[in-house]
Write a protein that binds this ligand. Structure first.
Ligand code: SF4
Length: 250
């Protein structure tokens, strides 16, 4: 239970510690320079700019933490936070995680969990049917005679894999569903449909890449299960997908 809790909070903890360490290093360098030589005009300018960057980084991070529990209303601010999250804080957590010998997949899972919290807080109950359920191709049974290309409608609902359950959910909620065999196809499907929200199912690596590339869209990530190894006959809990769709559609 404790281990599970730490794996959820790993990403915010890594980002918070890395910001703390950057701030401490900055103050040690400034104080060291000041005591040795005093500060030149250019030194003053440089340290002032660096100080402002650190203040912006810390201020935005506090706002990101707040946004996991409090709705951010201005759309531009949501986009700014999303950009900072995928382009600044995630790389920061990765670097600091490597230094601390943390496993990459656990950092990614924690990052996805953190992003989900923000998406749910900001978009829950939006009553939108313009929702895209993005499924991985490996969800389909390898014995299936049908080749599902993008459209889940092609599934004959024999029950041989989870595609049948996903198709049923699609019909129930009247939402768009797409099956993607890779990142570039997923990108194209998102750009073609312009959804209000994306519920994406994949492994931690693909989901992290997807969330980072589609930072303009709110992406709720659902990890697939891989009982037969990666990229082969994966599964996903229909209850989890139902729960996620319900949050945004109702
Ligand atoms: S449920 Fe659909 S995709 Fe899965 S094996 Fe049956 S027909 Fe094929």
């Amino acid at each position: 239970m404790r281990k599970e809790y730490f794996s959820i909070i790993k990403f915010p903890v890594l980002v918070s510690f890395s910001l703390l360490i950057i701030t401490l290093i900055f103050f040690f360098i400034v104080l060291g320079s000041y005591h040795r030589l005093g500060l030149s005009v250019w030194g003053n300018v440089l340290y002032t700019i660096l100080f402002m960057v650190i203040v912006i980084l810390i201020g935005t991070w506090i706002l990101a933490l707040v946004s996991t529990h409090k709705k951010i209303k201005p759309l531009w601010l949501r986009h700014y936070l999303s950009w900072m999250l995928v382009n600044i804080y995630y790389p920061l957590a990765r670097v600091f995680g490597r230094i601390c010998f943390q496993k990459m997949d656990t950092i990614q899972e924690s990052f996805l969990y953190f992003n989900n919290e923000i998406v749910v807080t900001n978009y829950q109950g939006m009553h939108s049917s313009n929702l895209l359920l993005l499924l991985p191709h490996c969800l389909q049974s390898s014995n299936c005679k049908i080749r599902i290309n993008n459209n889940i409608v092609e599934c004959q609902e024999c029950g041989g894999c989870d595609m049948a359950k996903m198709k049923a959910l699609t019909k129930d909620y009247q939402i768009k569903t797409a099956v993607a065999s890779g990142g570039s196809l997923a990108r194209k499907l998102v750009n073609d449909t312009h959804p209000d929200i994306i519920i994406a199912v994949a492994c931690n690596r693909d989901l992290t890449e997807g969330v980072r590339e589609s930072w303009r869209y709110p992406v709720y990530a659902v990890l697939n299960e891989r009982p037969k190894g990666p990229c082969f006959e994966t599964t996903v809990s229909p209850a989890v997908i139902d729960f996620a769709i319900h949050k945004f559609v109702q």
